[in-house]
Design a protein around this ligand. Structure first.
Ligand code: HAM
Length: 415
């Protein structure tokens, strides 16, 4: 029997209930802030990711689903969506004016990662990206939207972890200091870190190997090398978050696994997560649009793992509340035809209603209705048909009453 590919899974039942609830909340919240949706293709030319996420990142270096297509194009299944959104913005010249562009997306991403709880090879992200936004105030707007979205989902134990990774201009002095620190204890670092320190020393900070983390004790901090505008930007963001009452902590070691960040980088931590990594991450990426061939445009964004969020919701709240519609059970051929016609009228009025179409007897129909969590059964037998009424059974209490067909819409809606 065929099985789903390792690291991918089917979404149904409780999990999809939470996915839908989270997606609905996201769309509602983001619309309120003036964000519009964008959907970009899953397949992109591989260069889109190499030139943005970075060749030295684990995502591109180790985890990409990439292949030659039948036309010999080297393509990749997107490991994230920021690069694709930027590619689309440039391709459609959406950044030609100075107008802000506020966008969100919801969709699957692909990374060939080692499996653990909440970590998959096909996973889902909800993300928001804003363009033409240079100020800390713009970052605060996006973070408020994110925070309110999470609070609306019922999360409370939230904290932003923020850092500034400066601009490319601050980096050479930091790199020199960091490489000197590294060389003094290079035997303690893994082979990957020896490569990383050449390509991008920031990646060393991200290494998960315990020996490397221990060897990093006392390493030079990028915040000490910030230029004055970056420092002022960072201070202002902290001031705004304080005034708005968004909980945060500074983490000078936070660098994130993607190369495109400038100045603000952040994650959201939740104490409900147990052993898992951060709930989400993002930051500013001022150089990326230009790097991918577009105008020099500042940008900021974040994305959250939907799989992880759904898992957290299940953990915190149990099963998502589910509205199971009433079940219409016709008994006999004539009643079934009438039931189809009636159901069609009621559906047109927007009433939620399932129809028993198996020709099952009443006992069997009620048993499976009970299993599915149906609260109310509408039973249409020949007797009811002749009188223009319907029997309505409350499956929780067993109580039964008779309604006229004409009063069904109003009475169903009233519940
Ligand atoms: P990222 O940190 O690579 O950032 O991913 C963001 C979130 O996606 C993670 O915090 C996590 O919740 C989820 N995630 C990542 N990998 C997996 C996985 N294998 N299984 C389940 N969930 C996963 C980005 O992708 C950036 N594009 C964020 C961003 C947007 N920066 C600026 N704009």
């Amino acid at each position: 029997m065929a099985q789903s590919v390792k690291g991918t899974r089917d979404l149904f039942g409780n999990e999809i209930d939470w996915f839908q609830r989270i997606e609905d909340t996201a769309r509602r919240t983001f619309k309120r802030h003036g964000y519009g949706e964008i959907r970009t293709p899953i397949l992109e030319e591989i260069e889109v990711f190499k030139r943005s996420v970075g060749e030295s990142s684990d995502i591109v270096h180790k985890e990409m689903y990439d292949f030659l297509d039948k036309g010999n194009r080297h393509v990749a299944m997107r490991p994230e969506n920021t690069a694709g959104v930027v590619r689309a913005m440039i391709q459609h010249k959406l950044l030609a004016s100075n107008d802000p562009q506020l966008l969100y997306y919801i969709g699957p991403m692909f990374r060939y990662e080692r499996m653990q709880a909440g970590r998959y090879r096909q996973f889902w992200q909800i993300g928001a990206e804003s363009f033409q936004v240079a100020t800390p105030e713009a970052e605060a707007e996006s973070l408020v939207m994110l925070y309110d979205f999470l609070v609306e989902l019922g999360l409370r134990q939230l904290k932003f972890s923020i850092n500034s990774v400066g601009t490319p201009a601050c980096r050479p002095a930091f790199y020199a200091a960091f490489r000197a620190f590294f060389e003094a204890r290079e035997a303690s670092f893994c082979d990957d870190c020896h490569r990383r320190v050449q390509d991008n020393p920031l990646r060393v900070l991200d290494c998960k190997v315990p020996g490397c983390q221990a060897a990093l004790e006392g390493h030079p901090l990028l915040v000490a090398f910030l230029d004055e505008p970056s420092r002022a930007h960072h201070d202002r963001l902290k001031e705004i978050l304080t005034v708005l009452g968004l909980p945060f902590e500074e983490n000078p070691r936070l660098v994130r696994g993607l190369d495109y960040y400038t100045r603000t980088a952040f994650e959201v931590l939740s104490t409900d997560l147990g052993a898992q990594s951060a709930l989400l991450g993002g930051g500013r990426y001022d150089g990326l649009v230009k790097q991918l061939g577009g105008p020099d445009v500042p940008a900021f964004g974040w994305s959250i793992g939907l799989d992880r969020l759904a898992m957290l919701m299940q953990h915190l709240h149990g099963d998502a509340p589910r509205d199971v519609p009433a079940l219409l059970i016709p008994l006999g051929e004539a009643a079934t035809l009438k039931a189809l016609a009636l159901a069609r009228e009621w559906w047109a009025l927007g009433l939620p209603l399932q129809l028993e179409t198996r020709g099952a007897n009443l006992k069997k129909a009620l048993t499976s209705a009970n299993r599915q969590g149906v609260r109310r059964a509408l039973i249409l037998g020949d007797g009811e048909l002749a009188q223009g009424v319907i029997a309505v059974k409350d499956l929780a209490t067993g109580d039964q009453e008779t309604w006229t067909l004409a009063e069904v819409p109003a009475r169903l809606q009233a519940r």
